[in-house]
Design a protein around this ligand. Sequence first.
Ligand code: FE2
Length: 253
Amino acid sequence: MIFRQLFEPESSTFTYLLADAVTKDAILVDTVAAMHERDMEQLSSLGLTLRFIVETHVHADHVTGAALLRKKTGAKVAVSKAGGADGVDRALADGDRLEAGRIVLRALATPGHTSGCTSYLVQGQGVVLTGDALLIRGCGRTDFQQGDARALYGNVRGKLLSLPPETKLYPGHDYKGRTVTTVDEERRLNARLKDGISEDQFVTIMANLKLPKPKMIDVAVPANLKCGEGYVEVQKPGAWVFRLGEGEGGDGI
Ligand SMILES: [Fe+2]
């Protein structure tokens, strides 16, 4: 399997490229509009054919590159049905499979950060892409987009941290330069979700974060509810570059 973890520094977003090294069929997960030329270059330099552009959720901190990449490659956009986005080619439910060559992603519904959050198990590889449901030593905030701390606790503990301990977890963001973690590490070291923390304790932690409103949310969410379609038209020049404010880092937007 070809596996690349790509980074966008303005929103600290990870984009994942997965491909079958033999058939050259590829999947991109959580693309960023401003980085679509990088993604196209990765595909062409490796001789890959993009089959699916996948989202872990409707993001509030960046605009997806899905529409731009679909236009250039003809790949299908796959997002959870529960996310409510328009213009989706494959609306995913819990347990659904996406295949590109011998790469198989299995959708694990993990709502709580948003109502449509989905993690993706890379079958046979011991790898899960967790989006913002579970971050390294943290988790996505639960105070907008139908966030629900009780649901997040149940889904992360029941569907992610119950996987084999050596399972590698790749998050949607990291604000401190880290790249990957494991089920074992998070069960021991995640300050919010490690073993021994109760659901009620988790709900109290999340209710007391007092995070500022994400700067990009009023642009990003409406654009992402259309898979990024029309984003360039609604943006003023220069406005799509933004920086995270003090205190926003580390909580998954
Ligand atoms: Fe998010």
